[in-house]
Design a protein around this ligand. Structure first.
Ligand SMILES: N[C@@H](CCC(=O)N[C@@H](CS)C(=O)NCC(=O)O)C(=O)O
Length: 288
C-alpha cells in the first residue's frame, strides 16, 4: 500500500478463530491478511499484491521489469524462512505465550505433534539458519537502496516484514539484527515509505459493502487446456493453503483458473454473492 501510496480502509480481525466477521467473506480461510474490494475477496499476500499491481500499475512493484522471479522470493520468505522465524519466536516466548495462542499457532505451523520443548532445544539451530538468510538480504542492499535498485518493490515488502517480525517478536531481536548494518539502514528507508493512507473501518461495514456489491464473475474466463488438474470454470473445487495445518478448505464454483490464480464463487447469507481469489503457488486445489 505504501509503495503505491494507496487510500485504503483497515479492518482489524481477531488473532484467533473463530473469526465470525471474516468467515462469511472467505468461506473458511482464516489467515491474515485478506483484502476485500467490494464483493471480491483476495486471500494471501501473493494474491493481494498481484491484484494491486493489476489495478494500480504505477508505481510498479517490479521496478526495472523484475516481475517473474521476484514472486519466488515470497515462496522463500513466506515459506521456510517464516517457519524458522516462527520456530525461534514461539520457542523464545515459551511460557509467556497465552495458552490459547500456543494451542492455536503451535499445531497450525508445526502440526498436531507440536512440542514446544523440542523447538526450544532448536533455538541455536534456528539462529544459525536465520543469520545466514538475513545475511543474504544484508548483502543485497550493501550497494543499492532497495532490493531491486533505486526504487522499492515487492522483494522489499516481502523481506521487510521478517525484519519487522524478528525485531518486535524475538526478545533479543534488536541485538540479533545489529550485526546486519546495511539491512538496518535499508529498514529505515523502507519504514519511511509508510503504508499509504489507511483509515479504520468496522467489520460490520465491510460486510455491508460486500453485500451491496456485485463480484467479478470473470465471465470472460476460458477453460485452459494446459490446466494440469483438468479443472475448468463451472466446476466445484476446494482450495486450501499448503504451508499450514488444519485449515479448512474453501469450497465454491470456479469462475477463473489460470497458472497463477483460482477464483471461487460462493454465496453466504450475510454477504450474498462473493468471489474468493487464491494464488495457485502454495495452495492445493481439488475437485469438490
Ligand atoms: N501465505 C500467507 C501467510 C499468512 C500468515 O501466515 N499469516 C499469519 C499472521 S502473520 C496468520 O495468518 N496467522 C494465523 C492467524 O492470523 O489466524 C500470506 O502471505 O498471506
Amino acid at each position: 500500500m505504501g509503495i503505491k501510496n494507496l487510500d485504503w480502509r483497515s479492518v482489524t480481525i481477531p488473532r484467533l478463530p473463530p473469526k465470525p466477521d471474516l468467515m462469511p467473506l472467505t468461506g473458511g480461510y482464516r489467515l491474515t491478511p485478506v483484502m476485500q474490494i467490494g464483493a471480491d475477496i483476495y486471500c494471501d499476500s501473493q494474491c493481494i499484491n498481484s491484484e494491486l499491481e493489476r489495478r494500480f500499475p504505477e508505481p510498479t512493484l517490479f521496478p526495472g521489469g523484475a516481475q517473474g522471479m521476484a514472486w519466488g522470493v515470497g515462496r522463500w520468505t513466506d515459506g521456510p524462512m517464516f517457519n524458522t522465524m516462527l520456530s525461534l519466536v514461539l520457542a523464545d516466548a515459551g511460557d509467556d505465550m497465552p495458552e490459547d495462542f500456543k494451542a492455536d499457532r503451535g499445531p497450525l505451523y508445526f502440526g498436531p505433534g507440536f512440542d514446544l520443548g523440542a523447538l526450544q532445544k532448536k533455538i541455536p539451530e534456528s539462529l544459525v539458519q536465520l543469520r545466514a538468510q538475513f545475511g543474504w538480504m544484508n548483502e543485497r542492499v550493501a550497494e543499492r537502496d532497495f532490493m531491486l535498485g533505486d526504487d522499492a518493490g515487492l522483494p522489499d515488502a516481502l523481506c521487510y516484514y521478517l525484519v519487522w517480525f524478528i525485531r518486535g517478536r524475538y526478545s533479543k531481536g534488536p541485538d540479533f539484527l545489529s550485526q546486519f548494518k546495511h539491512l538496518m539502514e535499508w529498514e529505515q528507508r523502507v519504514q519511511s515509505i509508510g503504508h499509504g493512507n489507511p483509515e479504520d473501518m468496522d467489520a460490520s461495514e465491510a460486510l455491508s459493502i460486500a453485500k451491496a456489491a456485485a463480484p467479478d464473475n470473470c465471465e470472460d474466463a476460458q477453460p485452459d487446456p494446459l490446466e494440469p488438474s483438468g479443472l475448468a470454470p463451472g466446476d466445484m473445487a476446494a482450495v486450501e493453503p499448503m504451508d499450514v495445518n488444519g485449515c479448512p478448505a474453501v469450497t465454491g464454483r470456479i469462475v477463473r483458473i489460470t497458472a497463477h490464480e483460482i477464483a471461487l464463487a460462493r454465496t453466504d447469507e450475510h454477504v450474498g454473492d462473493v468471489v474468493v481469489h487464491f494464488p495457485c503457488a502454495g495452495y492445493r486445489t481439488a475437485k469438490a
